[in-house]
Design a protein around this ligand. Sequence first.
Ligand code: M6R
Length: 364
Amino acid sequence: GKDGYRHYMLKEIYEQPQVIGDTLNAYINPETGTFSLPDFPFDLAGASKLTIVACGTAYYAGFVAKYWFETLARIPVEVDIASEFRYREAPLPPGGIALFISQSGETLDTLEALRYCKRQGQKILSIVNAPESTIARESDAVLYTMAGPEIGVASTKAFTTQLTTLACLAVTVGRARGAIDQERMQQIAHALREVPARAADVLAHDERLKELAQEVSEARDVLYLGRGAMYPLALEGALKLKEISYIHAEGYAAGELKHGPIALIDDNVPVIVLVPSDALFEKVVSNVQEVCARSGKVLLLADKKGIDKLKDKVRWSVELPACDPLVAPLLYAIPVQLLAYHTAVLKGTDVDQPRNLAKSVTVE
Ligand code: M6R
């Protein structure tokens, strides 16, 4: 049942500290604090290329992982949506590995993309939430997310547990390839193990996000901006808002703004900017200034450093915990989920069963 929550989606958002913790316990040895992934029947660390394929929110998890695999493991990564990838006849190299991400394990386009990769001689790894699903069965190796059943059509806890699993995988591969040292690996293990507690801190901003949802609910269009791994998070934020509140939203890479989308900015458009303190911080700060100079209404999601720097310029802000940039996508996912959720409730939509959507897309 919904355990007293008004919707499954809200319950599932609130389960995240727990299920992220459960997923970490599966892939980090709690005693030694070291990563402990199962042995694969192929050499992932020696892969010539990693092809990541998925749909919707699972695709955005894969898109975040592209940044992680490239920077931490120095593996060339291609990431694509399954409905395009499967028909593209992409040439795939010998020694390549294909990674499929799916909550349900039954998404037809993802499954057909898997079968294509298999025919092309790729080894198949999948990250799946539903045990005994078709995608799990047809893979050479499977990593399970420990999200438990996800009922709400909008994916929330499946996404953050996919990210958790992908982070553990990228770090393990990065270490095996010698691309990161022992110390960095331990730092990341520590940062990941802090995530459940920090995620609970983020949930404490629920009331504030509910107030801000009032502003979002009055908008016709909403933009989400981020750079680096926050770019896929911006896409995910926009998808979440569209699918449950039916408000038009777009995510953009903040640096792409000046190549067109900035023309959309006026004082009617809320612009939600995800800006943790990371290597691209200053770049995003200038993008925020560009938006503010055009009277864009910025809602800043940042830690103390970002808030201090921009609070006089932006309309609204929510302060998130400072964290290792690597785990920021896990924490920044939560406010975008809550914002979409409360906006949808204000709009009076059917949050758990939004119109035209199915939980598992088994048609082409
Ligand atoms: O079951 P899957 O993870 O394969 O589903 C993929 C997408 O259909 C799914 O993530 C969809 O985009 C969600 N409704 C987004 O919230």
